[in-house]
Design a protein around this ligand. Structure first.
Ligand SMILES: Cc1cc2nc3c(=O)[nH]c(=O)nc-3n(C[C@H](O)[C@H](O)[C@H](O)COP(=O)(O)O)c2cc1C
Length: 138
């Protein structure tokens, strides 16, 4: 059966800064839904911004993305790309949807992207992540 895989990448600004519990709840809800629905990708929150990559079947990620776009916890959603793909970049990364919590996690993703250049999206993502790498804790 022909796949209908899509990769969506966006970043946005938080509307209010969530406390630790609320952030944890958002992360948990996202990873359990995404893992249960074969959605791969990454989700990170740094310096008031969210960056998310969602990959999977269009029929599954489109309705999810529609819910995310409507979520009042963020605004100014900037879509970097939303396109059909043959290769799910993050399918082999940790074999699950990844929440990026530490700068080590971010380094790992960066290294993964550098060593797995499926196509031009990987370069674009590396460039996008670069500014986030500057927020490393001292
Ligand atoms: C920045 C951001 C990213 C989100 N990412 C996901 C996600 O990857 N998966 C998910 O299930 N929910 C995610 N959510 C939560 C959804 O917006 C929504 O609350 C959730 O799908 C439950 O929707 P419902 O209350 O209509 O059932 C995200 C929310 C925000 C603010």
């Amino acid at each position: 059966m022909e796949s209908n895989y899509y990769t969506i990448c966006y970043f946005s600004d938080e509307t209010t800064s969530l406390n630790k519990n609320d952030m944890e709840a958002l992360f948990n809800q996202s990873s359990s839904f995404n893992n249960a629905n074969n959605i791969y990708g990454i989700f990170l929150h740094i310096a008031g911004k969210y960056l998310q990559i969602l990959e999977g079947n269009k029929a599954v990620i489109d309705p999810l993305y529609a819910r995310i776009v409507e979520d009042s916890r963020h605004k100014n959603i900037y879509e970097v790309f939303n396109k059909k793909t043959d290769n799910l970049i993050f399918k082999n990364y940790n074999s699950k949807f990844s929440i990026v919590k530490t700068t080590d996690d971010l380094d790992d993703i960066n290294n993964y992207l550098e060593s797995n250049r499926y196509d031009s999206r990987c370069d674009k993502l590396s460039r996008l992540l670069a500014p986030f790498l500057m927020f490393r804790e001292a």
